[in-house]
Design a protein around this ligand. Sequence first.
Ligand code: SAH
Ligand code: MG
Length: 219
Amino acid sequence: MNKERISAYLASLEPMDDPKLNRLRACAEADGVPIVRIETEAFLRTMVKVLRPQRVLEIGTAVGYSSIVMARAGAAWIDTIENYEKRIPIARGNIKDCGLDGRIRLLEGDAGDILKELKQSGTETYDLVFLDAAKGQYLNWLPDIVRLMHPGSVLITDNVLQDETVMESRFLIPRRERTTHARMRDYLYELKHDARLETSVIPAGDGISLSVLLDPEDQ
Ligand code: SAH
Ligand code: MG
């Protein structure tokens, strides 16, 4: 199977009938902002329609694209975290332009710190978490993310196959990418072996993992 041809074919099936999202995608791509791939966007939109989440937590806003996708798909409330100062005003502008500033709250700062603050402030749990930020930190953040979930909450993680290099031996990975490579493998191992979670890794887009937090009696 040729993954690039499958992706191109699947992308060609997308109606791309939301002019606002098309414009945002074109701008983000022109500026080199790493937004969700078209297949991943379709997956997210479908999951939001399946789950009908009241509260979503997104880690990695970039310019707001995936938040806007989830809000337009029906997510009632989204908290989204971003630490890159240059992108924050752009994200705020895009969210406002779409009339979603009453439903999407942008939290500025390092996700590791904000996850801890959210827990300490006794915020309500989230029905859906979309993790799409610094790949090397996922495993470190997982305990705080799980604490912000309730049984039945879903965690979707993007880019878990790392451009299809995740299965390679570390010796085939450029030296500067080895730490992230090892950490992503550890993260996937943890998702599969943490008894509290049931996880499926889907080789669509750049690799998506789909996890659900189990009821204690099902663990
Ligand atoms: N979800 C977005 C794309 C996110 S790209 C979309 O699909 O539209 C990943 C983003 O995570 C980048 O903008 C990056 O600045 C941010 N990020 C990386 N590490 C972070 C951290 N430690 N805390 C907060 N944001 C972080
Ligand atoms: Mg991504």
